[in-house]
Design a protein around this ligand. Structure first.
Ligand SMILES: Cc1cc2nc3c(=O)[nH]c(=O)nc-3n(C[C@H](O)[C@H](O)[C@H](O)COP(=O)(O)O)c2cc1C
Length: 511
């Protein structure tokens, strides 16, 4: 099913993946999930909180206490609204986490021990409502589960409403939904770092257990399906990723509060979407552990200013998009190593357009040395694999590939007019054979994490980026000389100096 879905949803020059092909505005989904009939707890805004300088985020920072104010900051600077944009009569919210087409399929939930007086000494399941920066109480219960964790730990869960993406992107929507979940994951990691907190993804829990915990099994409460993605423990310390949540599940009530709002008046059905969701909801198998990466950065802005000002750019200023070698190296160093202490599977095939001291051409950043010999065998045999100054970055071919980059990115100029663009080339079949169908989602998550990190790194340097989900899959594979699906490109990204459209006004997020 995974291979079938992946092949079926490839874009090609004269055959894009199936979608309506136009926007049916009458069924446009509401981007904000709300539970009706629940107690709502307003969170205090965190705008005035001071946050560490962005370049120090990876240092050992003292951890904040677990209180309503710190939870508020975590959510506002990760899944919250960053600003409202206005043009003519229309206005739309943009959030700290990037999302394909600004459709935001990702929902977030918290399971908190008793930390505020509103909780009446109970643990609670809350849904985060970004529109009002508040928590909606879905369940209240007692549990001894917290004893298994360090003090001041709690759980954050992510889920997805793929209809929000399918409305626009049709059958390819599952891919975007998973990429967006990866963006959300890294947004949460970075926001947690500002509070000195660590985020551990639980990689042994089943999708069914996540659904049980978040209340997604109560199907009659939802008009549009919401499916489980990830569960994290957020804590002052690293915890074991194999942690079992059975203790918690046995304590949650069978009935939850609230009915989920209906997002559209009707839905176009794409049968392949529930089919791939079902196929990839199989058991997940933990991957090998590795070291997290140390990132070297030059002094930069306060971290909240970086996350709140991260924006996608839709036009690059080609004539001033050149970046320095140091900027290029710093950006690569922020994504070269493992971002989650698990083995990397995505490598970066980079089109260098305008980087000082680098010839224009095709490069590859190998993010896991495990794959290097196989990549050399599988990719075009004429590639030179010449060492560069940056560890594990190899020059493959010297050539102006800006037009190829644009054509492959569905003819989007942003892919040719920046400093560089890249495709995330994932070890594909052997990862899926080894770890099972669930790994398909995880590969997208890894790419989404890299994408969010690239956005933030660019913003911290006064540069801009944009995620590119629209690309011609096999045209890129052909350019790399790949003739089978052992390695597949799952996401593209471009980075340079963006043109800011001054006709679009910006208003504060929460007034
Ligand atoms: C997975 C993903 C794919 C995207 N694909 C494209 C794309 O192909 N072209 C484009 O111009 N923007 C693309 N974007 C950028 C989104 O349109 C942008 O994130 C969204 O409009 C929200 O704006 P913001 O990033 O400024 O918050 C993509 C973003 C993500 C996360």
């Amino acid at each position: 099913m995974v291979y079938n879905y992946h092949e079926t949803t490839k874009h090609a020059q004269h055959k894009y993946a199936r979608s309506l092909g136009y926007m049916d505005w009458s069924t446009q989904p509401d981007p904000f999930r709300v539970y009706n009939g629940v107690k709502e707890i307003k969170l205090p805004l965190a705008m005035q909180n001071s946050t560490p300088p962005y370049h120090l985020l990876d240092a050992q920072l003292p951890s904040a206490p677990l209180v309503k104010e710190s939870i508020s900051q975590l959510l506002q600077f990760s899944m919250g609204i960053a600003a409202y944009k206005e043009s003519g009569d229309s206005s739309w919210a943009v959030r700290c986490n990037a999302s394909s087409g600004n459709l935001h399929p990702t929902e977030s939930y918290l399971v908190l021990p008793p930390i505020s007086k509103e909780q009446n000494n109970k643990s609670n399941l809350f849904h985060y409502r970004p529109k009002d920066h508040s928590l909606e109480e879905l369940a209240s219960f007692e549990t001894s589960f917290w004893d298994e964790l360090p003090d001041n730990s709690f759980i954050l869960g992510l889920s997805s409403i793929s209809w929000r993406e399918a409305w626009k992107y049709g059958e390819r929507a599952f891919r975007y939904t998973q990429l967006d979940a990866g963006h959300a994951w890294q947004a949460i990691v970075v926001s947690a770092k500002m509070l000195g907190w660590k985020v551990t993804r639980l990689d042994s829990v089943s999708d069914e257990d996540i659904s049980l915990l978040l209340g997604l099994t109560h199907k009659s409460k939802f008009f549009e399906d919401e499916t489980p993605d990830m569960l994290f423990v957020i804590s002052p310390q690293d915890v074991k990723s194999e942690l079992n949540i059975d203790e918690m599940i046995k304590d949650i009530p069978t009935e939850f509060e609230g009915i989920a709002n209906r997002l559209s008046s009707s839905m176009q059905k794409w049968d392949i979407i529930p089919a791939i969701e079902e196929a990839t909801s199989q058991e997940q198998i933990p991957q090998a552990k590795t070291q997290k990466n140390e990132i070297i950065r030059t002094p930069s802005k306060e971290s909240k200013d970086v996350v709140l000002n991260r924006r996608s750019i839709h036009v690059m200023q080609k004539d001033i998009s050149t970046i320095t070698k140091e900027q290029f190296h710093n950006i690569l160093s922020s994504v070269a190593g493992s971002l989650d202490a698990k083995e990397n599977s995505a490598h970066l095939s980079i089109f260098v357009h305008q980087v000082e001291d680098y010839q224009s051409g095709l490069y590859i950043l190998v993010r896991n040395a495990r794959d290097i010999d196989e990549l050399k065998r599988e990719m075009d045999s004429t590639f030179s694999w010449t060492d560069t100054e940056f560890e594990q970055l190899f020059l493959l071919q010297t050539k102006d590939l800006s037009t190829n980059s644009k054509v492959i990115s569905c003819s989007q100029d942003i892919a040719s007019d920046g400093a560089f663009s890249l495709g995330m080339l994932c070890n594909f079949t052997s990862q899926i054979e080894k770890y099972g169908a669930h790994r398909y989602k995880e590969l997208y998550w890894e790419c989404g994490v890299i994408g969010q990190q690239l956005y933030l790194e660019a913003t911290s340097m006064g540069l801009s980026g944009t995620g590119i989900g629209c690309f011609l899959d096999d045209d890129m594979h052909t350019l790399l000389g790949l003739t089978n699906n052992k390695y597949q490109i799952l996401y593209h990204f471009t980075l340079g100096r963006g043109y800011v459209d001054s006709r679009i006004m910006t208003r504060p997020a929460y007034e």
